[in-house]
Each structure stands twice: as structure tokens, then as C-alpha cells.
Write a protein of this length. Sequence first.
Length: 144
Amino acid sequence: MTKTMINNYAKGKVFFPIQNKKYSKEHLILISMIYQLKGALSINDIKIALEGINDRVVNDEMNIESFYNSYLQLFAKNVADVKENVLTQVTEVAEEVSRLDSDDREYLERVLLISTLVSTSNFYRRVAERLIDDLNPKIEEKNK
């Protein structure tokens, strides 16, 4: 993440305004979350997802450090789950490829594993986008 990107996120109001040209710990937490989210979501979707967090932080209604610690706990669990899932996928792909009549099974296993992992990633991204779509009307209603 570059200074320019952070500046653009600030100008685009993806996170709450900075004070005296200084970023607070809360800003850094949000910037870290934005960095993680931007791999799968559009900046507009990230803005929608974080709008309620920004509002709560600005109004002193939330301890973002506790929220971020929860995120980190879940992140660690997800890493473990992904490792286990990838091992399962490797086994299942090998079983599928063993049924094929081919001399290049290693290559086919690799391509099939890549395809399977990408499709799984896309499923999760679509679920996240739907959850954001569900947030959007609630945010619009609140702003009326």
C-alpha cells in the first residue's frame, strides 16, 4: 500500500478524516483492514462495509482495537482452516486425475487444483459482495 493509495482512501472517505495531518492508531487499523479487503472487493464495497465502523469510531461508540483483535483471531483460525481445506482439495484432485487417461497427471493435478481454489475463492467473494449489498440499503435508510 502506497502513500498515494492511503491519500486517495482518505479523500474518498473510506475511513474517517485525519486530524492535524496525523493518522491515529484507529486509522492504521482501518488501513490494515482496507489492505486485506482490497484483494477481493472494490473500493466502493469496502467503503460501504466500513461506513458503520467509521461512524461508530467517530462517535466513540466502539473500541476498534477490540474489533480488530477479533478479526485477527478469526484470521488465524481461517489460516488453519485453509491449510486443512487445501490438503483435502489436493487429495480430492489427485483422486479425480487418477481416473483420467493421461501421461501428464502432475500438470493436470496442478491446473485442476488451481481451478478449484480459484472457484472456491470466487464463491467466498460473491458471498461477501452479497453481504455488502445487504448492508447498503440499511446504510441508505440510516442516512435518510
